[in-house]
Design a protein around this ligand. Structure first.
Ligand code: CA2
Length: 144
């Protein structure tokens, strides 16, 4: 098994740090990548962070995580979290552990965010700690 952790990010997360900082914080995705790389180095892990606005890319990358023997996937599927049976099926189809990550706490927000197809298939969920959610998820992945 490789030491690589895939960190997959869904739609609109490329805008992180530019809008709605009261909900999502002021760190950009590049800032988060830097924090994760620093922590991963200390843990002897490697991080492969990607973002796409297209559901199929996330499905393909979940398959790639399995095919390349990645240690785990941290997945912030953005709004696809609440809609995507394709992501549910992809997570269920692979053996690679998937940890659901959210910057905000979807359960403390609108009712339509209370359903998570990703969470129904994931190993576990970390949500509500801003950029810290990703770091906590990396720690969780390291303990698997
Ligand atoms: O809290 C999270 O991490 C979310 O996955 C973020 C999604 C939202 O649909 C989920 O319910 C919870 C939205 C990502 C949108 O990202 C933006 C970033 C900056 C400005 C606008 C949107």
């Amino acid at each position: 098994m490789s030491k690589t952790i895939f960190v997959l990010n869904g739609p609109n997360l490329n805008l992180l740090g530019t809008r709605e900082p009261e909900i999502y914080g002021s760190d950009t995705l590049d800032d988060i990548a830097g924090m994760l790389e620093d922590r991963a180095r200390l843990l002897g892990l490697e991080v492969d962070l990607r973002q796409s606005n297209h559901e199929g890319h996330l499905v393909d990358w979940l398959h790639e995580a399995q095919a390349t023997g990645a240690k785990a996937v941290l997945l912030n599927a953005g709004a696809f979290t609440h809609t995507s049976i394709a992501l549910y099926d992809a997570i269920t189809a692979i053996h690679t552990p998937v940890i659901e990550v959210h910057l905000s706490n979807p359960h403390a927000r609108e009712a339509f965010r209370h359903i998570s197809y990703v969470g129904m298939a994931a190993k576990g969920t970390i949500a509500g700690f801003g950029a810290g959610s990703y770091l906590l998820a990396l720690e969780a992945a390291n303990r698997l």
